[in-house]
Write a new protein. Structure first.
Length: 644
């Protein structure tokens, strides 16, 4: 089973290797692949560190029970009572050593007394001359012996003295029941200077297969605030990867009269119900319920060697004066708890060892999955969606820019033609008013139209070039603004995402490099410039056949000069209107051709933007999502293995 660590590492490495060797990506997709690979590598590094710690701390042979809880909740007291009742190995040795040391002290005292008693007259006189007072020496000797006696390993030595963090290192005690060995660990309290004991707590919970959370009040643990981490947060952090967690309400009983009543009152029962509900919220199905016990009287009842005249000894005498040992153990519910350990935990210890250890390994994977999912759901999917929205907006602006440019060119060209036609009409009218012949008018109209064409040939290219240059600059500005917007989106999402770090998690940052991811955006759009270099053929724009003036009726000479001039002006209007309309039609036709090419170039820009930003961000989401599913498969296999 120890090979489980290497097996999991190997499967994680395979996910990374498979992604590394995949080469069926285009250039833009490779950016997404590189970013996804970076996240997987970070997951692999974090997971390997956690697996290394687990491999170092986990025990696959001995069943480990951890007593965990608030400072001064009575963990050590309950463990000491269990050591005494279950004849823990080291406790037996302590008793043997205590008896041996007590006998040695008694012998030293006896020998000292004998030496004084057996002093010769000469020795007494010598001591008197030297100023030695035998009685004082004997009193000093007894003080030394008293200190030795106090330092003896009496029962209760491991119990705290009320100071925070009395227990700074986890203490381990070896037990055996029905031929099965198991360990009980006494963990440092979680309400003292946690920074000094957190590593010890975490390494011990990694070793533990079951945890008893001990508290001295029948109420739920408290939630923290902005300044202080609460007990709820600590429990979630420290015990999140435990399969079985029980709560123990260690009721403080310092007076024998409380053993004559019901062990729990209505208020305590209600409080313990709230405790179960809150612990269930914190740990889910892994919280198994609570026990109620009073460890101090149980310790008094089990103690065999208490320091004479100590508080422990005096209190013990009070309880044992009114109740027998068995009565105290029954009334404090100690026996009920011991029977649970002996009958429920120890017989199934092999199965619980396997389940607990595998679940911790599974939680390493699941925490990694949660981290990657958090990145995916809170960063990369919002990025993809925001980029999609930005691209839609950019596409709209690009189309709008092209259409506006086309309309502006059309307006300027038509306004220019109209202006030239108006000027030509004015001059022709003046000629008519000077009384010219129809032939002369025909030649004048022909000259004016040629003049209009000549002016338009120069103006036409200038108007188009000017507007397309302006359009090209606007497209460039739109694309540059997209890059700025993309960077802003990344910064906003990075500031909003909250990868909550707990003691069981390695703090992880996405490290997403937008400059590399969208670095090619501003290079897009250069293709528009080629539209300016080809020039545009203006021949035939106006398409006016200069010799196409309608033949003026010869009969005009028979009419009055006024009528003739009116008819000549009418002919001028008809001819100029005809050529104006033909010019407008030619402009529409030519602009449609020009802007069909422009739209094709803009379409290429849109496609490239989609590849560089939209498709790449989608590909990144797809790669991460697939990798998460592969890690889930590893986790699922471990979960199934734990059920066998």
């Amino acid at each position: 089973m120890v090979n489980i660590y290497d097996r999991v590492k190997s499967e994680i490495e395979n996910i990374e290797k498979n992604l590394e060797v995949t080469d069926d990506f285009n250039t833009s997709e490779n950016k997404a692949k590189t970013e996804a690979l970076k996240q997987i590598q970070e997951f692999r590094q974090n997971s390997f560190e956690k697996l290394k710690k687990l491999q170092s701390n986990q025990d696959w042979k001995k069943f480990c029970i951890a007593f965990y809880g608030e400072t001064n909740a009575g963990k050590s007291t309950l463990i000491e009572a269990l050591r005494l009742y279950l004849n823990e190995k080291n406790k037996i040795k302590e008793h043997e050593n205590l008896i041996l040391l007590q006998n040695e002290i008694k012998k030293e005292i006896k020998d000292f007394k004998n030496n004084i008693k057996n002093l010769s007259i000469f020795e007494k006189i010598t001591n008197f001359i030297k100023g030695k007072n035998v009685k004082i020496e004997f009193r000093n000797f007894l003080k030394v012996m008293k200190q030795k006696h106090i330092a003896l390993p009496f029962d209760g030595t491991i119990i705290g003295d009320g100071r925070s963090d009395f227990t700074r290192k986890s203490a381990k005690y070896d037990f055996a029941h029905d031929g099965k060995e198991f360990i009980i660990m006494d963990l440092p309290g979680i309400e003292g200077k946690e920074s000094e004991v957190i590593d010890e707590i975490l390494s011990s919970t990694q070793k533990a297969h079951i945890v008893f959370y001990i508290k001295n009040e029948p109420r739920p643990p408290q939630k923290g605030d902005e300044k202080t981490i609460g007990t709820i947060e600590k429990i979630k952090s420290h015990l999140d990867d435990m399969t079985d967690v029980y709560a123990i309400y260690n009721k403080s009983i310092t007076n024998t009269r409380f053993l004559k009543r019901e062990f729990l009152n209505d208020g305590e029962i209600a409080g313990l119900k709230e405790l179960d509900e809150k612990m269930g919220e914190i740990l889910g199905k892994h919280y198994k319920g609570h026990f109620a016990i009073s460890a101090q009287p149980a310790f008094y009842a089990n103690a065999k060697y208490l320091q004479p005249n100590s508080k422990f000894k005096n209190d013990s005498n009070k309880f044992l004066k009114e109740f027998s040992k068995d009565e105290i153990l029954q009334k404090t519910l100690f026996i009920e708890f011991v029977n649970f350990i002996k009958n429920n935990l120890i017989p199934n210890s092999e199965k619980k060892i396997k389940q607990a250890n595998l679940y911790k390994i599974q939680m390493v994977l699941d925490n990694g999955i949660n981290m990657l999912n958090k990145l995916l759901n809170e960063m990369f999917i919002p990025l993809r969606d925001k980029f999609k929205s930005e691209l839609a907006n950019v596409n709209f602006k690009l189309d709008e820019t092209v259409n506006i440019t086309k309309d502006e060119i059309k307006r300027e060209l038509k306004d220019t033609i109209y202006s030239y036609i108006v000027d030509a009409r004015k001059r022709l009218y003046e000629f008519v008013d000077s009384d010219i012949s129809n032939d002369e008018l025909k030649n004048r109209i022909d000259d004016e139209i040629k003049n209009v064409n000549k002016k338009m040939e120069s103006e036409y290219k200038n108007i188009i070039d000017k507007n397309i240059i302006s359009m090209n600059n606007e497209i460039k500005r739109i694309i540059e603004n997209l890059e700025r917007r993309a960077k802003s989106i990344i910064e906003n999402i990075n500031s909003q995402i909250n990868l909550t770090k707990t003691s069981n998690e390695v703090d992880t940052k996405s490290g997403f490099d937008m400059l590399k991811f969208i670095g090619g955006i501003t290079s897009i759009g250069g293709g528009i410039a080629i539209l300016l270099s080809g020039g545009w053929v203006v021949a035939g724009l106006v398409g006016i056949a200069v010799g196409a003036v309608a033949f003026l009726k010869s009969i005009l000479s028979f009419f009055s000069d006024k009528y003739k001039r009116a008819q000549q002006k009418k002919s001028i209007d008809e001819n100029l209107r005809k050529h104006e309309n033909e010019a407008y039609s030619s402009i529409d036709k030519d602009l449609n051709t020009i802007f069909e090419n422009i739209k094709n170039e803009v379409k290429k820009i849109k496609n490239q933007l989609d590849i560089e930003v939209g498709a790449s961000s989608q590909k990144l989401c797809d790669i991460l999502s697939n990798s998460i599913n592969e890690i889930k498969q590893i986790s699922f296999k471990i979960e199934q293995e734990a059920k066998i």
